[in-house]
Ligand binder design. Sequence first.
Ligand SMILES: O=C(O)C(=O)[C@@H](O)CO
Ligand SMILES: [Mg+2]
Length: 259
Amino acid sequence: MPRFAANLTLLYPELPFLDRFEAAASDGFRGVEYLFPYEWPAHELQTRLKDRHLTQVLFNLPPGDWAAGERGIGCLPDRVEEFRDGVGRALEYARALECTRLNCLAGVKPVGLDEGVARDTLVANLRWAAQQLAPAGITLTVEAINSRVDMPGFFLDTAEKTLDVLAAADEPNLALQYDLYHMQIMSGDLIRSLQRYLSFIGHIQFADNPGRHEPGTGEINFDRIFSALDEMGYSGWVSAEYHPSGATSASLSWLGASS
Ligand SMILES: O=C(O)C(=O)[C@@H](O)CO
Ligand SMILES: [Mg+2]
């Protein structure tokens, strides 16, 4: 079965954030991720990881003003300096947390911004960021996020668009972040698409659809998908990034069934 990680931003909402590491380890997770580490001192996070022998699997580059609705600044031509500062900040945390994977959010394209300008900006930003991160052994993933339900206007909303941008940026440490929940909404045909894009995938996340809750609450056949990932030889992390429909530990029967 795949190596499962817990997304601590979405899982264990019943606990204060810093207590979620302990809870995830007690439930059997060996890896954790979360959206952003930046509001906590790195040493606080380091201690939680070390105490429970957890691997920090991934976190996102700074996304701009998240509270104001920004969802990344990678495609915004007037924010390149801020993007570059964010890469430096993320690198400091990644070093402290021994994290070898960062994710870049492309952002929502403002209505008046030319598509080509947004794409060129993103390609140049990704190339620059990948080159900064490579000496530290870090892979930069780029996530395709559905623009139908969760992030209207998100610039990269399909695996195909994301791979096109990655090919243009053309750096060896760039990869696709494949979130089964978003891809089910945008295109479906999940197993065939995982097979097709396997060599470009650097990280996988999941939630059932509709609802973005745990496996078994929606239409996705997770037993079949997890087996298929094994059959394909996928050896990376697969992170649970869902809103538990009740207490988190009670939502993990998929983990028990698979370990
Ligand atoms: O919304 C998602 O899906 C995510 O993975 C967030 O971390 C934004 O990247
Ligand atoms: Mg995701």
